[in-house]
Design a binder for this molecule. Structure first.
Ligand code: ATR
Length: 328
């Protein structure tokens, strides 16, 4: 199933690959050779949309993609992002910089790490409170004019921001968290995407793994896994309550001879024909299972019962620090 990224003329499979987890946040980084092998296998399976960011592994994730895609550049659409800054010594987040100077610096560095002369889709990763969106987008448009970027996008942007940005330059994609458990963008961001002709790129469509059924009361995120450390939906009483909702999805999936992950992805793709998604995985078997979601259809009744779950989810998407940098 191919879908165009906005009106950019770039077509990709509706299910791409979120690459963040290969480098950090969900436990230790995947061994480099194994990660490169997975990226090559993804290409062979027909995956052609790979999502990374400057901040993932502080450049390591882009470096990885650069190494993996050498000799295969024409088979992949690379999306990367700039804005969040981190302390190089500790990795601690130290702010969001949407200034034209940072946009240019970050783009040059991403091009170098990705070993390419053009980024297919370049996003502002988080909207900066200090820089008017028009100034950031004008800088990104400059990169398009210079041929360094093909299409531009915004991540976690509010609908008003999307509309202002689109006055300056076509916005091809808006990347937001969107899943059975996280539907808050539906009436705002999704509507703005439709109005400005952007695709919605749904990240964490599997609820950061929660919706896959791989977690349980006994199987919690590991020691160095950011989900167990900071994510409210994985903490305290919310965790048990959310696992009970996952059990409902698993029961629905079992009746269809599908997995909960496939149902979660089919649900996202069924919400609109301008929606793409980028589930993350570090494992070939999971990647194959996720791609099989293309063949899973949901009836109106199934969709309606899944639609009811989001209201019962407990816990915010991020901790207070993460929520503070969401453009609301
Ligand atoms: P993100 O966008 O933040 O990467 P996500 O796509 O909602 O989040 O979920 C990613 C998580 O789901 C990862 O922990 C991934 O673990 P693996 O690397 O072990 O696969 C997990 N995941 C993805 N697909 C899965 C599947 N089919 N079955 C089980 N877990 C899966």
């Amino acid at each position: 199933m191919k879908r165009e990224i906005g009106k950019s003329g770039i077509e990709v499979g509706a299910i791409g690959l979120g690459c963040m987890g290969l480098s950090e946040f969900y436990g230790p980084a995947t061994d480099r050779d194994a990660a490169i092998k997975l990226l090559h296998e993804a290409i062979e399976l027909g995956v052609d949309h790979f999502d990374t960011a400057e901040m993932y592994g502080m450049g390591a994730n882009e470096d990885l993609l650069g190494a993996a895609f050498a000799g295969r550049r024409d088979r992949v659409v690379i999306a990367t992002k700039f804005g969040p800054l981190r302390d190089p010594a500790t990795g601690r987040p130290i702010g969001i910089d949407g200034s034209p100077a940072n946009c240019r610096r970050a783009c040059e560095e991403s091009l170098r790490r990705l070993k390419t002369d053009v980024i297919d889709l370049y996003y502002l990763h988080r909207v900066s409170p200090q820089t008017p969106i028009e100034e950031t987008v004008e800088a990104m448009a400059g990169l398009v004019r210079e041929g360094k970027v093909k299409a531009i996008g915004l991540s976690e942007a509010a609908s008003a921001t999307i509309r202002r940005a689109a006055e300056v330059h076509p916005i091809s994609a808006v990347q937001s968290e969107y899943s059975i458990f996280s539907r808050d963008i539906e009436n705002t961001v999704l509507a703005a995407c439709r109005d400005v002709g952007a695709s919605l790129v749904a990240y964490s469509p599997l609820g950061r793994g929660l919706l896959t059924g791989k977690f349980s009361a006994d199987k919690r995120p590991g020691e160095n896994d950011w989900r167990g450390i900071t994510m409210p939906r994985f903490a305290g009483d919310a965790y048990a309550a959310n696992l009970a909702l996952v059990a409902e999805i698993e029961a629905l999936a079992a009746k269809k001879h599908a997995t909960a992950s496939q149902v979660a992805l089919a649900w996202v793709l069924g919400r609109g024909d301008n929606i793409l998604t980028i589930p993350g995985t570090t494992k070939l078997a999971n990647l194959k299972g996720n791609l099989a979601a293309y063949d899973v259809g949901l009836s109106a009744g199934e969709t309606a019962s899944l639609n009811k779950l989001a209201d019962r989810v407990q816990g915010e998407r991020y901790d207070a620090r993460g929520m503070a940098v969401i453009n609301g």
